[in-house]
Design a protein around this ligand. Sequence first.
Ligand SMILES: Nc1ncnc2c1ncn2[C@@H]1O[C@H](COP(=O)(O)OP(=O)(O)O)[C@@H](O)[C@H]1O
Ligand SMILES: [Mg+2]
Length: 304
Amino acid sequence: MTNDHSGTHGAVLADIPPADADRPLVELRNAGKSYGNIRALHGVDLTVRPGKVACVLGDNGAGKSTLIKIVSGLHQHSEGEFLVDGEPVRFSTPREALDRGIATVYQDLATVPLMPVWRNFFLGSEITKGPWPVRRLDIETMKRTADEELRNMGIVLDDLEQPIGTLSGGQRQCVAIARAVHFGARVLILDEPTAALGVKQSGVVLKYIAAARDRGLGVIFITHNPHHAYMVGDHFSVLRLGTMELSADRDQVSLEELTNHMAGGTELTALKHELAQVRGVDVERLPEGRDLTAPVAEPGEEKA
Ligand SMILES: Nc1ncnc2c1ncn2[C@@H]1O[C@H](COP(=O)(O)OP(=O)(O)O)[C@@H](O)[C@H]1O
Ligand SMILES: [Mg+2]
């Protein structure tokens, strides 16, 4: 596996050791976080390896954002351990996480909509040329590099001069992923990147998650969609009310089981019990511990 993310103007991120196929990049051990009296996260384990996608699933309020805020340096854990390259860490700022190669793509992307795609690609890390005091932006190099990096990820845009605001939500996510890869990310955190997207655009984003994985990055993919998770995931962690309800490798869990965990199998069984007391609901025909909105009757069959 190669780990050459140095780009054309040298690595921006410092001290990046080469990826070792099986060595975890990031690990949480029995980690937790309280906000004052509120225990948002408790007893969470997570291992992120190079070239693998670790999916974190869970309903609203489950603690997904809290978890990634710890890893991305926005918050500090208040229980357990957080290790990067096997070494215990405690980040005070996202910059410290970034210096260790941990990049986060947030749902509300920090882009300047009216600026061209290539300008956004280099936002805050512009390439300049010439000696002081006549140092100026190296526009040619930036355009060429952005174009190359986007193509390397399989992203082809007609015109990098177009304002990034004219791209679709899915395309903007993809530019953000390519940007993180270019600037030397080893761990890519994606907070619900497909939540606001339609089916086709979600597919595009999933494709680039796979592309980042294939380039050897460790990916933390936050989602509440088990189907999206199962398309690219190597490991699945399901959070519920701040604790880990499931932690399973791909060969230990089927899509159906994962969906079941997400739908809250036990809660649905209880709900089914309640429904049994309501006239007109044929509980026998409700699917076993599954999404109640799934079709109950076959097409053409009479509806209960
Ligand atoms: N800054 C905060 N202060 C207090 N409570 C918080 C804060 N952030 C999150 N919480 C609480 O922690 C729990 C987990 O939230 P969060 O991590 O945002 O879940 P998710 O991203 O899975 O929806 C929720 O009960 C939420 O209200
Ligand atoms: Mg969240």
